[in-house]
Design a protein around this ligand. Structure first.
Ligand code: ATR
Length: 277
């Protein structure tokens, strides 16, 4: 008699496009390291059928899903229960399918904070933080940054109204300052680039930036070579630069922890993924 093999736990990352995703490689390394039996693969979802795709994956026994562009808002709408950072982000990058419903979380901010404070030993507490950009990427990370109790947060954005909108969303938690690119005051400890300008090979048009040799630049983008934004920081003479590869691995590690109850050791995995860029 044929014995049925136990079903492997199944996870996917969905997006459109999706073939660039590093999540399958990262989660395979996590699974191997923590000796978890699971399948994690990338799946292209058609632009008009996110919700149906989720339902189909649940039907075949899928346990969890990571969500990338352009579906994070639809994943937010699909969740029955939201974590506080997902609720404030208005976006979900991690869904867990449980018997009592669909749970939505946003692990991007935890990933950024962990990469800065643990991997790179850059405290956020009591620091003056400048965030450039006011799109979905920035909204997704603000709650965990605020939870670190920085001294101040300033958001500067090309379209100033969007920065004001973001400050309003988080008003009940923190008094975020808003600033035009042309009027940035001096001396931030940490400057975070949350714009997508480098996708077009551009830098945010900031005429002047106060800095000293202790200032830290964190670019949420990453690349094989130093990012354009971090290169600019080095030319300005700032202290240290980090790119978003650590954040990418840490947001995945947080999703893995949510699903599997184990936290992978990310140090080796960040270096593995970097060597594959
Ligand atoms: P994401 O989800 O990546 O945040 P988004 O919501 O489209 O994408 O936001 C992109 C962010 O990058 C915005 O803050 C955008 O500025 P605007 O709000 O003024 O559009 C910013 N951005 C993109 N290209 C830029 C550029 N060349 N210079 C400055 N900011 C730029």
């Amino acid at each position: 008699m044929n014995k049925l093999l136990p079903l492997q736990a199944q996870y996917i990352v969905v997006g459109n496009p999706i073939n660039h995703s590093k999540s399958p490689a990262i989660h395979s390394l996590f699974a191997h390291q923590t000796r978890q039996q699971l399948i994690y693969r990338a799946q292209l979802f058609p632009l008009d059928s996110f919700s149906d795709g989720v339902d189909r994956f649940i039907k075949i026994g899928g346990l969890g899903m990571n969500i990338t562009v352009p579906f994070k808002q639809q994943a937010f709408a699909k969740a029955d229960v939201l974590s506080s950072s997902a609720a404030l982000a208005g976006a979900v990058n991690t869904l867990s399918f449980k018997t009592d419903g669909i749970y939505g979380e946003n692990t991007d901010g935890v990933g950024l904070v962990k990469d800065l404070t643990v991997n790179n030993r850059v405290p956020i507490k009591d620091q003056d933080i400048l965030i450039i950009g006011a799109g979905g990427a920035v909204r997704g990370v603000l709650e965990p940054i605020i939870a670190q109790q920085p001294k101040s947060i300033t958001i500067a954005n090309r379209t100033i109204a969007k920065a004001h909108d973001l400050a309003d969303v988080f008003e009940h938690l923190f008094q975020i300052k808003v600033c035009e690119f042309s009027q940035l005051p001096d001396n931030y400890n940490i400057v975070i680039n949350g714009t997508s300008s480098s996708l077009n090979g551009e830098l945010p048009a900031i005429p002047k930036l106060g800095f000293n040799d202790q200032t830290i630049f964190y670019d949420m983008m990453y690349s094989k070579e130093i990012t354009l934004f971090n290169q600019w920081g080095i030319e300005l003479g700032i202290g240290r630069t980090f790119d978003g590869l650590g954040m990418l691995v840490e947001q995945a590690a947080e999703a893995f922890r949510i699903w599997r109850g184990v936290s992978p050791d990310t140090k080796y995995i960040i270096s593995q993924i970097r060597s594959q860029l």
